[in-house]
Design a protein. Structure first.
Length: 359
């Protein structure tokens, strides 16, 4: 169940498109956009990078990726490190944060601006491991399972109870059992009992039904620790699918995405680039995508009210832009709020506004 929780979180985050924007415009040709949207290093895609970071973050509480620079001090790659070899430390004099790396070749210290660090949740500079929080729960679950396995192994394997009217010696009991087995196997399961004998089938229950109650408790605790809604583990929910998806995105995915965005903006971009309007952003619309009817109504209202252009809607549906699709439109039946004072009305396309219209 822990493996399933980590897998769901890692795949959800890795599936989100991550792009570099400048004042809300996607910077497709910028090398820093290519770095995180396509190839963060020489052996990983962007999906593998985020997925691996999420696995480490949710398993160990921390995930680290160190910046690798090129000849001109440009960021060439982001290399993921083993979190068990990295320890955040604070300089006593300057209070600057460094990362101590225990590599096979020695110990190294890296400044915090050269290390991308995302954590599960923390009370200091280091994140808390969810698995450590769940250790008592997993130990309890293992004990319950071990008890049931031992019960299965030690349970009586007999299928029938054969009652006799008289006491028999051990030799006669063994001979009678052998005769019963041979007759049962040779006659297609048909048993003939003689006078003074009674045959009764045995019902054996090797698994205690309380085991399933213990599994429900374990699943509920795992879901709570990882922030996953119970329905992700098969639990029943009264909420609809769209409501459940929105809750999952708002309570789990959005805080995680925001942490990545701020970390990338601070560590990958310079202060000057941030001031110019550059910034990384995940696209969460894919996880919030509703049914066809709801999406169509949303696009229809958005385009008619000038919220976004037709090409904006086409981009959300992964469709190519139209040459004339960047214009914003407004409904002709709309009137400005101050029209009663200025006597303005919306006209046709050739005459958008007419002032002082006659009654």
């Amino acid at each position: 169940m822990i493996f399933a929780a980590i897998t769901k979180l890692a795949n959800a985050m890795a599936s989100l498109p991550l792009k570099l924007y400048k004042n809300r415009e996607h910077q497709r040709d910028h090398p820093l956009d290519y770095l995180l949207s396509t190839a963060p290093n020489g052996h990983m895609t962007a999906f593998n990078f985020i997925q691996t970071m999420e696995v480490l973050r949710n398993a160990h509480g921390n995930a680290y990726a160190m910046k690798q620079y090129g000849r001109n001090m440009e960021i060439k790659a982001l290399n993921i490190l083993d979190p068990t070899r990295v320890t955040p430390v604070l300089d006593e004099k300057t209070s600057e944060l460094y990362y101590m790396i225990n590599a096979p070749s020695g110990t190294y210290y890296v400044h915090n601006l050269d290390m991308v660090h995302v954590r599960h949740i923390s009370v200091s500079v280091k994140g808390i491991s969810p698995i450590e929080v769940l250790r008592e729960t997993t130990e309890f679950d293992a004990k319950i399972r071990r008890i049931n396995i031992e019960g299965m192994e030690n349970a009586i394997k007999a299928s029938f109870e054969l009652k006799l009217a008289t006491n028999l010696s051990d030799d006669k009991k063994a001979a009678l059992r052998k005769q019963f087995e041979d007759f049962y196997s040779k006659n297609g399961g048909v048993i003939i009992t003689e006078s003074g004998q009674e045959l009764k089938p045995l019902k054996s229950e090797f698994i205690d039904t309380k085991l399933f109650d213990a599994e429900k408790v374990t699943a509920s605790r795992i879901a709570l620790v990882f922030g996953l809604p119970p329905y992700k583990f098969g639990a029943e929910s009264r909420a609809g699918n769209e409501e459940q998806s929105i809750g999952f995105v708002q309570d789990v995915i959005l805080p995680t995405a925001r942490q990545y965005e701020l970390e990338f903006n601070r560590k990958i971009l310079t202060v000057g680039q941030n001031l110019e309007g550059f910034g990384y952003k995940f696209n969460l619309s894919g996880l919030l995508r509703a049914d066809t009817k709801t999406r169509g109504d949303f696009y229809f209202r958005g385009i008619r009210s000038g919220l976004f252009s037709p090409n904006d809607a086409r981009e959300l549906e992964d469709l190519p832009p139209h040459p004339d699709g960047d214009r914003l439109f407004i409904s002709r039946d709309l009137v400005p709020l101050d029209a009663t004072d200025k006597n303005e009305v919306v006209g046709d396309t050739n005459r958008m506004k007419t002032k002082g219209a006659k009654k």
